[in-house]
Design a protein around this ligand. Structure first.
Ligand code: CMP
Length: 224
């Protein structure tokens, strides 16, 4: 089975046989870059595991401004909230790159949760990690300045999507400057200024939809 899948919350607690059975009950779809997988407010009846590519989860304010809750990659799940708390989708899921996902209807997932407590436990763990991160983001919005939040975002993206290279950690995040700003919760101008400052200090090199982190230690200190 796919490596990303073996480590996904839904599968990681299962033995190979059960994991194969669960995988067989899931439907694979390919989503081209830019397409919406589901929209905020729609009724939700299925959750997804990402096999390949990146998915962003965003919200739109009444006056049309957009904010991003997270960008997820291979092995991560989304669409689970409307399973545990039946109601409309809390965010819009959009493919940032060409994406391959597998989906499982909530009704098909329920017998697994009842019959295999380890599946429920690993989904609960993923939810708890999400809440932890959300609390941290909330605290940063209150306590940190924009450059601090940008430094933290870069480190988080490196942790998720980074690859060590000769100069530093290459982070091919596939996001526009606008999307980076939506993740930080600040204007594009302020985020660009922070990126330009980090570049000038020699901590990072910024390119189209990617960044190389040259000095993780300084960034970590700035993120604190
Ligand atoms: P659901 O509400 O079904 O649809 C939107 C999905 O976005 C939601 O399930 C979660 O999977 C995901 N989501 C919502 N809030 C967050 C968050 N703060 N961090 C990461 N993912 C989230």
């Amino acid at each position: 089975m796919d490596d990303a899948l073996m480590h996904a919350p839904l599968f990681s607690a299962l033995d190979a046989e059960a994991a194969t059975a669960l995988r067989a009950s899931m439907v694979e779809s390919r989503v081209p870059r830019g397409d919406v997988i589901f929209a905020e407010g729609e009724p939700g009846d299925r959750m997804y595991v990402i096999l390949d590519g990146k998915v962003k989860l965003g919200q739109t304010s009444v006056d049309g401004r957009e904010s991003l809750l997270a960008v997820l990659g291979p092995g991560e799940v989304f669409g689970e909230l409307s399973l545990f708390d039946p109601g409309p989708r809390t965010a819009t899921a959009t493919a940032v790159t060409d994406v391959v996902v597998i989906g499982l209807g909530h009704d098909n997932l329920r017998p697994w949760l009842a019959g295999r407590p380890e599946v429920a436990e690993s989904l609960l763990q993923a939810l708890a990690q999400r809440l932890r991160r959300t609390n941290e983001t909330l605290a940063d919005l209150v306590f940190s300045d924009v450059p601090g939040r940008v430094a933290k975002l870069l480190l988080e993206l490196a942790d998720k999507f980074g690859q060590p290279g000769p100069e530093g950690v290459l982070v091919h995040h596939d996001l526009t400057q606008e999307e980076l700003a939506q993740l930080v919760g600040a204007s594009r101008e302020t985020v660009n200024k922070a990126l330009a400052d980090f570049t000038q200090r020699g901590w990072i090199v910024v390119d189209q939809r990617e960044v190389i982190l040259l000095d993780m230690e300084r960034l970590a200190r700035r993120a604190r």
